[in-house]
Design a protein around this ligand. Structure first.
Ligand code: BGC
Length: 271
């Protein structure tokens, strides 16, 4: 018999940014199924965020939509206020919003560089700072979690794999990794657990071109020893574990969920 609770996030209040599509949407759904009340943040697609909230509610869960651009300090603060008024407390943040603006290095505009850093790195800073403030301002509730708060920073295999043509994106994710670890070191003594997830190639809108046609998928699979492109649900399940007490001793770590993409698959037949 297993002693893993069926709903490991029961009673917890979780805010997920960038939750109207892709990995964020899967995390929101997985969290709701695990018993959390979920804030579904979006920036530009209210109808998609609304659909996710509706699905969660019709399955008996609790969710609210929250509009905010995570790169805006004021909007992030207002979003946490709204989340707090809806659910009373904040237990978990999944800082997931992320974008790509790809370009060859000599063609990359300052705007492409800035937008990616603003959303992927500064956005996580702003949301994590607000979450930590909320965690510290409320009393911990050991009946729902051993930790006083949990943050999951959605990173990428590109926090360690250099990526030509995507210098802004790789720089943002490398930054996320050391922001996550430095923050984890700073707040662990307050009972707050900060960790990261580094997805590999997952079928979402951000990389549609890389998996949409059979030729593209065949090429992509050369980079994935496990032989399949990931599904958003693969990340949803990992996030539930990392947010739950099952991972209570996991602090400041990146969990790679990548089918082995970080195993240097080029060395199977070479080197
Ligand atoms: C990127 C995807 C890419 C994957 C693996 C992700 O972080 O957003 O576009 O397919 O890394 O390279």
């Amino acid at each position: 018999m297993s002693n893993v609770p069926v709903r490991p996030l029961q009673g917890q209040k979780a805010l997920v940014t960038g939750a109207s599509s892709g990995i964020g949407a899967a995390v929101a759904r997985a969290f709701a199924a695990a018993g959390a009340a979920v804030g579904v943040n979006y920036r530009s697609h209210p109808e998609r965020a609304g659909q996710i909230v509706e699905d969660i509610r019709s399955a008996g869960g609790e969710a609210v939509v929250l509009r905010a651009d995570v790169s805006s300090e004021d909007e992030v603060r207002a979003m946490f206020d709204e989340f707090g008024s809806a659910f009373g407390r904040t237990d978990i943040l999944v800082a997931n919003s992320g974008i790509q603006r790809d370009a060859a290095f000599t063609e990359m505009t300052l705007d492409q560089w800035r937008r990616v850093i603003d959303v992927n790195l500064t956005g996580q800073f702003l949301c994590a700072r607000e979450a930590v403030r909320r965690f510290l301002a409320q009393s911990p509730d050991p009946s729902i979690s051993r930790a006083a708060g949990k943050i999951i920073c959605m990173s990428s295999v590109h926090e360690v794999i250099p990526w030509a043509g995507h210098v802004n994106y790789a720089a943002s994710k490398g930054g996320v990794m050391l922001m996550m670890k430095s923050l984890a070191q700073e707040v662990a003594q307050a009972g707050i657990r900060v960790n990261g997830i580094a997805p590999g190639a997952i079928k979402t809108p951000i990389n549609r071109e890389a998996w949409e046609t059979p030729e593209a998928e065949r090429k992509l699979l050369k980079l994935i020893p496990y032989g399949r492109v990931g599904e958003p649900e693969d990340i949803g399940k990992a996030a539930v574990w990392l947010a739950s007490d099952a991972s209570d001793y996991v602090v400041g770590t990146t969990l790679f969920v990548d089918g082995g993409m970080t195993l240097y698959p080029g060395f199977r037949e070479n080197g």
